[in-house]
Design a protein around this ligand. Structure first.
Ligand code: SAJ
Length: 426
């Protein structure tokens, strides 16, 4: 069986490689010449545990090829970005153009699967009108479905296999063929529904998380006001068998959770009240963190702030929608001397330095924004020697407060009375 995967990003590339590893002949397509050249030279443009080994293996064996143009295949998977515009409406240009791209190649009996997270009715209103140009009869000569990717960056290969999958075909035969395709490696259950429901299921999962994280962030602000430790309180509340409150932090990043709720808002703005408010709360959170920094270093003349973490969550290299970007921009705009340290981000970024030493040299405050393992393993006593003022703000609850305090740090934990005390002290 021959498969053609369009979009070789965080989802498309690992998925393509997985199919190639499991016996399919796979051709990957990306519009970016840089990405294609890199892959053809057996180099990766993204970081994901286990990806390189598998990618190298299927490339060497010839099971996986890459170019900027599609080929004839039995099935096509579209895994292109579905970003949002500045006004929070969906941008489906990539879905549209990827579908256009395969029109000259699609033949009778082919299957086309959309994996990109998309607003409800994308298959119906965006893809089908384009695929009509093939002249093939939908559901009889050409099979189309949505099967959203639902894997967690960083744990992608494990989740590709073990997670349940949702398949929503435009008719039963489209669903059946899609189930058969993914059975190649999926060990989780494959649930069949219609295309619009499948689109909504994916959006609902991420919106559930966004609303829950907004609640956690709201509780963090309440904890700072009232004076208790929200992390301990959430841990205790979650001992209840029916409670699962998520964790507060510096805000919500990534291409999924910070974006997908807007697709629901766009589809039904009047009805999506809680969804809209949760987005607002999570979007405000980076500014809350900036205010905390301001309260702690505000009295120091031209303070230096060391930001730990550019990626949107721990142990990955993905900066998309990362709350760190907004926090850094605000800190720079205030006029602080900002120095960023992130061992997972290899590309250059303004104010990013290469070593921990440079980042903390003469610093007045370390702000931990991402829970990379590296930050848990740092010897903070040594860092303190280099700093001008030993302040440390932990937005992820990854530090041992007592140990740091003993070492002479002023430790401020987001969602804790230490933040309140810092405000009262001013
Ligand atoms: N975050 C919190 N508190 C939490 C959990 C997360 O502040 O308790 C923050 C993270 O730090 C990060 C953001 O939320 O900035 C999102 O991280 P995440 O780990 O929750 O999710 P993603 O964006 O990496 O992946 C999600 C996953 N969806 C669900 O768990 C329902 C993944 O399965 C999806 O495939 C992915 O979105 C996607 O592509 O849609």
């Amino acid at each position: 069986m021959k498969l053609c995967v369009l979009g070789l990003g965080y989802i498309g590339l690992p998925t393509a490689v997985m199919f190639a590893k499991h016996g399919l002949q796979v051709h990957g397509v990306d519009v970016s010449e840089i990405v294609v050249k890199k892959l053809q030279n057996k180099e990766l443009h993204i970081e994901e545990p286990g990806l390189y080994e598998m990618f190298a293996e299927v490339t060497d064996s010839g099971a996986f090829t890459v170019s900027q143009e599609p080929v004839h295949a039995d099935a096509y998977i579209i895994a292109v970005p579905t970003p949002i515009n500045k006004n929070k409406t969906s941008n489906l240009d990539y879905v549209r153009s990827a579908t256009e791209m395969i029109v000259p190649y699609v033949q009778e009996g082919n299957l086309v699967v959309l994996e990109s997270t998309s607003p409800p009715k994308t298959v119906e209103n965006i893809m089908l009108p384009v695929l009509e140009k093939t002249g093939l009869k939908f559901g009889e000569e050409l099979f189309v479905s949505h099967s959203p990717e639902r894997v967690l960056p960083g744990k992608l290969f494990e989740e590709l296999v073990s997670n349940d999958r949702i398949v929503g075909g435009i008719n039963e035969e489209s669903s059946n063929r899609t189930v058969e395709l993914y059975r190649t490696f999926v060990k989780g259950e494959i649930h069949v529904t219609d295309a619009t429901t499948a689109e909504m299921v994916k959006l609902m999962e991420n919106t559930y998380r966004d609303v829950n994280i907004a609640f956690a962030n709201e509780l963090a602000r309440i904890a700072e006001e009232v004076g208790f430790n929200v992390w301990e309180a959430i841990k205790l509340a979650n001992c209840h068998p029916r409670v699962n409150i998520h964790m507060p932090g510096p805000g919500v990043g990534g291409h999924c959770i910070a974006v997908d709720p807007w697709f629901i808002v766009e589809a039904a703005p009047e009805q999506a009240k809680l969804t809209t408010l949760s987005r607002k709360i999570n979007d405000e959170t980076p500014h809350n963190i900036v205010n905390i920094v301001k309260n702690i270093v505000g009295e120091i003349a031209k303070p230096k702030v060391s930001v730990f973490g550019l990626s949107f969550k721990g142990n990955i290299d993905d900066m998309r929608e990362s709350p760190s970007l907004e926090i850094i921009e605000d800190l720079v705009n205030i006029g602080y001397d900002v120095s960023i340290y992130d061992p997972h981000i290899l590309s250059s970024y303004p104010n990013k330095v290469d070593t921990l030493e440079e980042a903390v040299d003469n610093s007045d405050c370390v702000v931990i924004l991402t829970d990379h393992n590296e930050y848990k393993e740092i010897d903070y006593t040594q860092i303190k020697e280099k700093m001008s003022t030993p302040n440390i703000i932990d937005t992820r609850n990854i530090l041992n407060k007592e140990v740091l305090q003993e070492a002479g740090f002023d430790v401020f934990l987001v969602g804790d009375k230490s933040i309140r005390n810092s405000l009262l002290a001013k």
